[in-house]
Write a protein that binds this ligand. Structure first.
Ligand code: UDX
Length: 420
């Protein structure tokens, strides 16, 4: 099938390249000329294992191409909207980019003779596709959804660092559809997938996505809260999580206590759900506490440090800046809270990260960045491990220095674990 993708960001690129890999012809529409130029040269603006090879292969084969003009969509049968839906200051999802993409696509549909399906893949608050995107598409195209064109919602469940694997081997494919014809068109793209295909309404598909993320975030804040209680009792929460995880109702995943969750999804989706619930006059106490736990959890690492040394004027090494390993992404990373607090308390901060230094430096120019963990540690009074990059697991790096481990990466003689 000839597929068009609006937005060459993280989700759009992974989605488009995986569809190319599956044999489809993919056109990616991007409005940033610099990004278009680098993609055409096979250069990817994000770090995601395996994606650069896919891009150069499919650009070379002519199966994946990048354009700026939305009218190119006319030569495709289905369009995926993969633009960002960032958080506003009040926690609500900012739909500006998605609405603008819908106006562009609707404008092109006005000229299209045949049938076309528009699929929302961006994460949105439930009812958005039906109440906001469909009306925009109808207004800008002058056509009727469900008759002249189809509408569907097909959320992604991609984890940064394993996105290609997650796309090609999902636990389930969720397809929300306005009508049967729209649903059939999207389902045909996944006909070779062996996982369950969950076919529901547009709003149900949107809720499956945000509720899944909110549950995973809840699981993390839960084990962090249990971890803090365990720490006060001298219990290793990692052993507790292991014992819990054998219960198939609980499962072992997302029970890793640490200094909290970051990334562009969990904080944004939970905040968006809270804002929408409150807008409807509800009181999402549990979801608010998931974020509250996550705001204070990084400070536990500072608390443990202060129990051992006075921070003001001391040289503190921070290992790990990205919100998780195998990415250069620092959005909502807990390192930002930790480094901000160290600087506020008068520490001299030295930092290392295998991928995220360039991104982090933009926000924290006063930090000294080192090329290796070993160099970062030199001369420091204490070391904080904030992201579990594999190279930090070598105990010889630390010698006898105090290590406060926020992720359970290593064990040394002069050591404190955040929840163990
Ligand atoms: C998440 C969801 O997993 C994915 O399904 C969704 O599509 C996008 O959001 P991502 O944010 O890329 O994916 O990474 P994930 O691996 O889920 O980790 C998110 C954060 O939670 C990271 O900061 C990680 O360090 C933290 N985390 C994860 C924990 O602290 N403990 C855990 O047990 C798991």
């Amino acid at each position: 099938m000839r597929i068009s993708i609006i937005g060459a960001g993280y989700v759009g690129l992974v989605t488009g390249l995986c569809f190319s890999e599956m044999g489809h012809e993919v056109l990616c529409i991007e409005n940033d000329p610099e990004k278009i130029d680098s993609l055409r040269k096979g250069r990817i603006p994000i770090f995601e294992p395996g994606i650069e090879g896919l891009l150069s292969e499919h650009v070379r084969k002519g199966r994946f191409r990048v354009e700026e003009d939305p009218r190119e969509i006319l030569q495709t049968e289905i369009t995926f909207l993969c633009v960002g839906t960032p958080s506003r200051k009040n926690g609500e999802m900012d739909l500006r980019f998605l609405e603008s993409a819908a106006v562009d696509v609707g404008g092109v549909l006005r000229e299209k003779e045949g049938y076309h399906v528009v699929v929302v893949k961006s994460t949105v608050i439930p009812t958005t596709t039906e109440t906001t995107i469909v009306p925009i598409l109808e207004k800008s195209s002058g056509k009727k959804a469900g008759r002249d064109f189809g509408v569907a919602m097909n959320p992604e469940f991609l984890k940064e660092g394993s996105a290609l694997r997650d796309f090609m081997n999902p636990d389930r494919v969720v397809i929300g559809a306005l009508d049967e014809r729209s649903g059939n068109c999207v389902r045909s793209l996944y006909r070779d997938f062996r996982c369950p295909i969950v076919e529901v309404s547009l709003s149900t598909a949107e809720m499956i996505k945000v509720a899944s993320n909110a549950f995973l975030a809840t699981k993390i804040s839960f084990i962090n809260e249990i971890g803090n209680i365990c720490k006060s009792m001298g219990i290793d929460v990692r052993k507790v999580a292991e014992g819990m995880g054998y219960d198939e109702r609980i499962g072992p995943q997302f029970l890793r206590a640490g200094c909290g969750f970051g990334g562009s999804c969990f904080p944004k989706d939970v905040s968006g759900l809270i804002a929408e619930a409150e807008r409807r006059g509800l009181d999402p106490v549990l979801l608010r506490s998931v974020l509250k736990v996550n705001e204070v959890q990084p400070l536990k690492i500072i608390e443990l440090l202060e129990n051992r040394i006075k921070i003001d004027g001391k040289r503190i090494g921070v290992l790990g800046l990205s919100f998780k390993p195998d990415t250069d992404d620092i959005r909502e990373a807990r390192s930002r809270i930790i480094v901000g607090e160290l600087l506020r308390k008068g520490a001299i901060v030295r930092a290392h990260d295998p991928k995220a230094i360039d991104n982090f430096r933009k926000e924290f120019p006063d930090v000294e960045y080192l090329r290796s963990a070993k160099e970062c540690v030199e001369g420091c009074d204490a070391i904080l491990i904030v992201t579990e990059w594999p190279e930090y697991a070598d105990p010889s790096i630390y010698e006898e220095r105090l290590v406060i481990d926020g992720r359970g990466v290593v064990k040394t003689n002069n050591y404190e674990g955040i929840c163990w």
